[in-house]
Design a protein around this ligand. Structure first.
Ligand code: ZN
Length: 246
């Protein structure tokens, strides 16, 4: 029995699967990563996502934010086989939820219903003055910074900036999911971003299957079965053994 056979068998034996995903699941959908030599931070200054800098220079930050998150990623990206595998496992009532560090909404577009967006989402904007939330599509991003239609305050993307806390509800729900999990699938994340990186360690009663192109901090410390592969490659291998069409 090879590792994919074993992982497929574990999936078959589980009915409270939780997935924990990061940039590596979306990179094959064309979403650029932030870190690493090819990452966005090699071209842009991360200070545009620093909360206090944003408050002081909203227009300057928004010009870059628009380019990265609303022009560049845009709505061209489509979910891939790995997103679809997780959606399919949820539909079959084997998977209880996806905890994602991504803000790209691709899990939902693949059909996943219970998605915990640990770092928030780019889909909505939140008013820095009154807290009102609205879809980004309701705003003209050619006029920056976009302003709240209710109070005139500066809007910011509804994802977590540097210096900003994790949304408490996302944190709570992530812990609930992993505490109840019988199988944790770590997909495309090497656990570099705190505090998200600590979530898998809370899965005390779960087998842990990790899918990454390189070993991570989890591989030695936590992982029971390491599938060294791109997310879509692993998803296809698993789907064929589980008789699923992606
Ligand atoms: Zn407002």
């Amino acid at each position: 029995m090879n590792d994919y056979d074993k992982a497929a068998k574990w999936i078959e034996e589980s009915n409270r699967i939780v997935a924990f995903t990061g940039a590596g699941i979306s990179v094959e959908s064309g979403i650029p990563t932030f870190r690493g030599p090819e990452g966005l931070w090699s071209r842009y200054d991360p200070k545009v996502l620093d909360l206090s800098y944003f408050h002081q220079h909203p227009e300057e930050c928004w010009r870059v934010i628009k380019e990265i998150f609303y022009d560049y990623m845009g709505d061209k990206a489509r979910p891939n086989a790995a997103h679809r595998l997780l959606a399919e496992l949820e539909r079959l009532e084997k998977l209880g939820g996806v905890i994602t560090q991504n803000i790209d909404h691709l899990h939902q577009e693949a059909g996943s219903r219970h998605v915990v967006e640990f770092h928030g989402t780019a889909q909505t904007l939140v008013c820095t003055a009154c807290g009102d939330r609205s879809p980004f599509t309701e705003h003209d991003l050619n006029k920056l910074p976009p302003l709240c239609k209710k109070c005139g305050g500066v809007l910011k993307p509804d994802f977590v900036f540097f210096g900003e806390p994790i949304p408490p509800e996302a944190y709570r729900e992530s812990l609930r999911l992993v505490h109840e999990a019988d199988l944790l699938l770590i997909v495309g994340t090497t656990g570099e971003i705190m505090p998200a990186s600590m979530i898998p360690y809370e899965a005390r009663n779960a087998r842990v299957v990790e899918i990454n192109i390189e070993p991570s901090r989890y591989t030695e410390e936590l992982t029971d079965l390491f599938l060294r592969a791109r997310a879509t490659e692993a998803a296809r291998e698993l789907a064929s053994r589980l008789d699923l069409t992606l």
